[in-house]
Write a protein that binds this ligand. Structure first.
Ligand code: CA
Length: 226
C-alpha cells in the first residue's frame, strides 16, 4: 500500500488527484498549504510526496528544502504549471526527485509516483524482514517461513507500518493514521484488524511476532521484551 501526501492548494485539482489515486489503491493524505504540508511530511510516514510548486504560506521549493534539511529522504514529485527549464532546475536543486507539468494525465501521475516509489525502495532495500516474516511493499506480498500469507488490505497496511519501525512500538494513533489518514477510524476497529492480522501471521506458527502493548499500541519483533 503506497502512502501519499498530497500538498496542493487548488481544491479541484487536489480532489481529482485524491479520488483517482485512492481508487487506484493508494492511501491518501492532503495538506492545502505549504506549512501544513511540511508539518505532515515531517510527522508522518509517506512513500511519496506529491507537491505543488506554488503554495500559500510556504512554497513547494522551500518545503522541499526544509524537508531535506531535516534529513527526510521521502521521494518528492513536484507539480507545476510553470514548465520552464529554470523552475525544473531549481526544483531538482532543492531535492525534488521528479517533475510533472500541469495539466497532466492522471495515468502519467500514477506512473511517475510508482517509478519514484520503486526507486526509493531499491535504495532502501526491497523487502522488509522480521524473523522469518517477509513483506514485499512493491508486490504487496507477505510470507512467513516460506509460506504465502493472505492478508486483508488493512492487515497489510498495519503490518507494513509495524515492520518499517520494528522492533519499536507503534502507537494506536500512528497506526490509525496509516490506515485511515488524518482523524479517521477508531481504536476498537483497529483492535479488530489486529486480531485478524494476528490469526494470519502468528496463529499457524510457533513464535509470536506481533505483540500488544496494552494502552499504547503494537510492535512486531522476534522477542516479546522491548
Ligand atoms: Ca498552487
Amino acid at each position: 500500500m503506497l502512502r501519499i501526501l498530497l500538498v496542493e492548494d487548488q481544491r479541484d485539482i487536489a480532489a481529482n488527484i485524491w479520488d483517482y489515486l485512492e481508487f487506484r489503491g493508494f492511501v491518501m493524505d492532503h495538506a492545502a498549504d505549504g506549512a501544513n504540508g511540511l508539518r505532515m511530511a515531517l510527522g508522518g510516514v509517506y512513500d511519496v510526496i506529491v507537491l505543488d510548486l506554488g503554495l500559500p504560506k510556504l512554497d513547494g521549493i522551500d518545503l522541499c528544502r526544509a524537508l531535506r534539511e531535516a534529513g527526510h529522504n521521502t521521494p518528492v514529485l513536484m507539480l507545476t504549471a510553470r514548465d520552464t527549464l529554470q523552475d525544473k532546475l531549481i526544483g531538482f536543486a532543492e531535492g525534488a526527485d521528479d517533475y510533472v507539468v500541469k495539466p497532466f494525465a492522471m495515468k502519467e501521475l500514477e506512473a511517475r509516483i510508482r517509478a519514484l516509489y520503486r526507486r526509493g525502495r531499491l535504495q532502501h532495500g526491497d523487502l522488509l524482514h522480521v524473523a522469518d516474516l517477509t513483506l514485499d511493499p512493491v508486490k504487496l506480498t507477505v510470507e512467513r517461513a516460506g509460506q504465502t500469507l493472505n492478508l486483508t488490505r488493512a492487515g497489510f497496511v498495519l503490518l507494513e507500518t509495524l515492520m518499517r519501525r520494528a522492533p519499536n512500538l507503534v502507537r494506536h494513533n500512528d497506526l490509525a493514521h496509516a490506515l485511515w489518514g488524518e482523524g479517521g477510524g477508531d481504536i476498537a476497529t483497529l483492535h479488530t484488524h489486529f486480531s485478524v492480522l494476528r490469526s494470519a501471521i502468528d496463529r499457524p506458527f510457533e513464535t509470536r511476532l506481533l505483540h500488544t502493548v496494552h494502552g499504547f499500541g503494537y510492535r512486531i519483533a522476534e522477542h516479546a521484551e522491548a
